[in-house]
Design a binder for this molecule. Sequence first.
Ligand SMILES: [Mg+2]
Length: 229
Amino acid sequence: MAPEQSSSVRAPRTGLLIDWGGVLTTNLFVSFHDYCVATEIDPKKLLGRFKIDPEARELLVALETGKIDELEFERRFAHILEVEPDGLIDGLFAGVGPDTAMVQAVRRAREGGIRTALVSNSWGVHRYPHDLFDELFDGVVISGEEGIRKPSRRMYELGAERAGVGPEECVYVDDLEQNLTPARDMGMAAVHHTSAAATIPELEELLGLDLGSENGAGRPPLEGTPGSR
Ligand SMILES: [Mg+2]
């Protein structure tokens, strides 16, 4: 007779909900820091503003929920920072590019039958590579298009809905710890992303697939699920 399984052992998850900035891209804060150094803004001042200055925080929320556009954000945030507004967002994001290992892992997951959705807080909705999204995701949830932002629970519900799976079937990946809490509350497996090298093996375990890590789980795609869609 087979030994009884511990309650922590469960079938692999079938949905993958994933953040964009800082997860499927290179590190945002490195780019922000480089921009600050190049333009002689104190890097601590930039990030500190979002933490301690209610006006800066309000601006960020308004931008992420699409209530103000990028130009208005630039104008008002540049005023707070006492810098020129032109090209502020482009400058901040200049050093950000796709994280190829993470992008490839999502591609492999989807090819392996996992349902996928992007769940992203946006700094302007035109800043995303939409061609890549068609290839990677069954569904897309972008805060500026929905008028809500993470950690609002509805963002995660929409992600699961658009992926076409129940929340309890999902893995959720984000680089900001505070964005993981609603996912956990909904029964998702939450992965705090710090690097592709750490996240991909975790995803392989949770999804039961080889996603390209050095010690890839090497398991075949889930049975009974279509390949790439
Ligand atoms: Mg992020």
